[in-house]
Design a protein around this ligand. Structure first.
Ligand code: ATP
Ligand code: MG
Length: 347
């Protein structure tokens, strides 16, 4: 069986450190290992519209932002097909057919959807399109016959839903679709990076992000005002590192090299944590270190971004070419699906 990798991001804002550690880093590593047959990365505008249908400009403007973020972290259009979801109309057709295979109660039970419905204050007025988005995600995944989907932990229920639809489809219409598998980061803290406010997830919609495009000054400001342990009032107080986003970010991003370079009095993160937990280590010192670590991470990303910002036509060409290539692939899957469903009347 072919090894096909697919992931996407919603153009609802710029990509942030959560995306970086939860998914982008994995994607670039996979790309560099080149241990796959095909790799697709897409900008999920159709999905973004399910909860931003009344703000089309936001979605449109963020297409190019997300594309710039992709290219600046090192996704390479020569190795990966980068495309825009709404350019691929077979995805809508597939969604329509898969809708028959899922019950309303199953969609309402999806934990990610449940959390997001609460977050978005839909109350009892949930748009059908929003509730339907796990089905549309299944269309995305199956259209490209993806076997591996690198995502953060919040997407696991989506992958489960996709697998159920695939099994159900194959049972009814004969083996046609490929069952995907989620690839989540090895490191637990990277699976769901918390926000700078200490909330469970850094998320564009919650405004608690450090963005990949943030400049040094902005990063400094955000890091210095980050939530830490609220009981760590005086430097001497023993501190909590477990639910402390400053330490969680260090866990996700820092290496022993960073310690050598910026904080040589500690060998590694374990030593720093031990000191904080014992008491006698102030937040400002830890935050200053975190700032340096984030800067080391973002510096090369900013440089690449600048190149593509100065060559923006190139970015549009990449999206256009990628979308044309993706359309071919999705059409070929749609053809198989229609044949299996006996609706290929004139073939
Ligand atoms: P929105 O608030 O609009 O839903 P988002 O910040 O959740 O935006 P998405 O575009 O929905 O971002 O997510 C894209 C990918 O990034 C998904 O695979 C998701 O699991 C992953 N991801 C998003 N936020 C985080 C995070 N804080 N930690 C780890 N992975 C994340
Ligand atoms: Mg999301």
């Amino acid at each position: 069986m072919k090894k096909i990798i697919l992931t996407g991001d919603r153009p609802t804002g710029n990509l942030h450190l959560g995306h970086y550690v939860g998914s982008l880093k994995n994607r670039v590593e996979l790309q560099e290992k080149h241990d796959y047959d095909e790799m697709y990365v897409f900008i999920a505008d159709t999905q973004a519209l399910t909860d931003n249908f009344n703000n089309p400009k936001k979605v449109r403007d963020n297409i190019i932002e997300v594309a710039l973020d992709y290219l600046s972290v090192g996704l390479d259009p020569n190795k990966v097909t980068i495309f825009i979801q709404s350019m691929i109309s077979p995805l809508c057709e597939l969604t329509m057919y898969y809708m028959n295979l899922v019950t309303l109660s199953r969609l309402e039970r999806n934990p990610t959807v449940k959390t997001e419905i609460k977050q978005k204050d839909f109350g009892n007025s949930i748009p059908v399109g929003f509730l339907n988005y796990p089905i549309s995600q299944t269309a995305d995944i199956t259209a490209f016959e993806a076997t591996i989907v690198p995502v953060g932990e919040d997407q696991l229920p989506m992958l489960e839903q996709a697998r159920e639809i695939v099994r159900s489809f194959n049972n009814i219409y004969g083996k046609t679709l490929v069952e995907p598998e989620a690839l989540i980061p090895d490191s637990v803290v990277c699976r769901r990076l918390p926000g700078t406010d200490g909330k469970a997830k850094m998320s564009k919609s919650l405004g608690n992000c450090i963005y990949l495009k943030d400049d040094s000054k902005t990063v400094k400001k955000k890091v210095m005002s980050m939530y830490t342990d609220p009981n760590h009032l005086k430097v001497e107080d023993p501190g909590n590192t477990k639910d402390n986003p400053v330490f969680i970010y260090l866990e996700a991003l820092s290496t022993d090299e960073h310690f050598k370079k910026y904080l040589p009095e500690y060998k590694n993160l374990d030593e720093l944590k031990a000191h904080y937990e014992k008491g006698g280590l102030g937040d400002v010192k830890v935050k200053n270190f975190l700032y340096e670590v984030i800067e080391d991470t973002l510096r090369p990303i900013r440089e690449k971004r600048k190149y593509y910002e100065d060559n923006i036509d190139l970015v549009y060409d990449i999206l256009k070419e990628g979308s044309a290539k993706a359309l071919e692939k999705a059409n070929s899957t749609l053809k198989k699906v229609k044949k299996a469903m006996l609706i290929d009347y004139f073939d």
